[in-house]
Design a protein around this ligand. Structure first.
Ligand code: ZN
Length: 293
């Protein structure tokens, strides 16, 4: 279906930071949200967006959905949790949510929707995902994830949905403001399903990485690359895989995942109906990658 498959065959570049955190949890790898090169490579904006089956040429907005994680070296790289004899994998959950979101968007809007990959068996390097979103001039770039937290019993107390978004007040401030607004619109839709709203998670680089204007870069790769490219882009975390009521109420059946996907789609439509196309996507053609530090 996608002619850009060659981009997605690269499965290297994801460093797994696995940590055992409970007897019932297999492993969690939080590296996806955090790792990757400091900045994505420059993007050639001359390529026109590709149009595949079901994608309308009349589409007025482009949405890129990024199903988080995927298999690396034969193993799923996202977080895992075993409950009542069933193992739940973030990689599979995010792929399903992305497909439901895409389905709803294509049915209820005239947007062009791309996924960064078409299988949970594949991992796409983080910089490639952002580069792809930039290459199709995405009006919104949403990376879909499920959270997990270390600890068990009384020490495990985080639950609900959140978004890793870019911080405002520095490099590409207007884009950051719009990203936060879009993320909050989606979070409000998820809250409508009954998920707790943990709000925006804003984190600065921990190793001194700077944006081209000398300001501190965002820590998480997707919002950082999005800021570099001038994309409205962020991560949405759809509850905690190892918080039992999040798992059993929102993440354990296809029906529940469909509701999450549709809530994402409704938030995307609500935001883009209000905000319209991004005015920044063409302006980023001159952005080049600074030295990694
Ligand atoms: Zn994740």
């Amino acid at each position: 279906m996608f002619r850009f498959n060659q981009i997605f065959k690269r499965t290297t570049g994801v460093i797994m930071l696995a940590a055992l955190f409970s007897s019932s949890v297999v492993f969690t790898a939080k590296a996806e949200e955090e790792s990757g090169p400091a900045f994505a490579p420059p993007v050639n904006h001359t390529a026109a967006p590709e149009i595949g089956p079901g994608m309308s040429l009349k589409s007025n907005c482009v949405v890129v959905l990024d199903p988080g994680h995927g298999k690396t070296d034969g193993h799923y790289s996202g977080c895992h949790f075993e409950y009542n004899g069933v193992t739940y994998n973030e990689d599979i959950i995010t792929m399903k949510i992305a497909n439901y979101t895409k389905e709803y968007l294509e049915k209820n809007s005239n947007y062009t929707v791309y996924l960064t990959k078409d299988s949970s068996e594949v991992t796409v390097p983080l910089d490639q995902r952002a580069a792809f979103a930039a290459s199709v001039r995405a009006d919104l770039f949403v990376s879909l994830h499920v959270d997990s937290i270390a600890g068990n019993g009384t020490t495990r107390n985080a639950y609900g949905a959140s978004s890793m978004s870019p911080r405002t007040g520095r490099f590409n401030n207007d884009v950051a403001i719009q990203s936060q607004e879009a993320a909050n619109t989606i979070l409000n839709q998820l809250t409508g399903l009954g998920l707790h709203n943990r709000g925006l998670i804003l984190q600065d680089s921990k190793n001194g990485t700077l944006y081209p204007d000398g300001s501190t870069a965002d820590y998480y790769a997707i919002p950082r690359y999005s800021q570099m490219y001038g994309l409205r882009g962020f991560i949405i975390e759809h509850g905690y895989i190892n918080y039992i009521s999040d798992l059993t109420g929102f993440l354990s059946t296809d029906e529940q995942l469909k509701k999450l996907g549709e809530a994402d789609a409704k938030g995307i439509i609500e935001y883009l109906n209000k905000a319209g196309k991004s005015t920044f996507t063409t302006a980023t053609a001159t952005v080049s990658a600074p030295p990694v530090n």
